[in-house]
Design a protein around this ligand. Sequence first.
Ligand SMILES: [Zn+2]
Length: 170
Amino acid sequence: MKKITTNELTERLKAGKIKPRLRSKLRFNPDNIENWEDMEFIAVFDQNHKEGVILLDNSNHSYVIPFNLTTGLTNKSTGRSNAITCDFCTTWQIGKRAASITIINPTEPNRTFGFLCCTDLDCSSHVRNKTAESVLSRTQLREDLTVNDRIVRLKKNLIKIIENTNIQSL
Ligand SMILES: [Zn+2]
């Protein structure tokens, strides 16, 4: 991703038809992200880490994808938290780092789409082996893909999610 400013974020949120209620809640400081060029997407959250938008640049297209996040996935019969594999980056995550994400297409608000994901949505760092979770995941899944192959897989998964949710580019 190319670094975007707070003003550019505002423009993107308007162009992406993000509701003012959500826009006003988002916490974004572009300087808190050190490695923009190593990010396939950026998640901007609200204060409670429950709602936000995903900013995604793919070839010449930009997308803004609003979401709700539910953390602490537990198995109803055992009460234990469930481990998941992220639908974005394919990282295996223990229950407390796992979430389900609901994507709402702003132009089709009656349709919602659910996926499983890393709670931090820092999938770009996980595929690059920059996190403890990514090292654990490789062991759990017995995965020997290169970092580059994992980046390619993340990009493909993002394209699939855009297609499935029918989010239009800006
Ligand atoms: Zn992930």
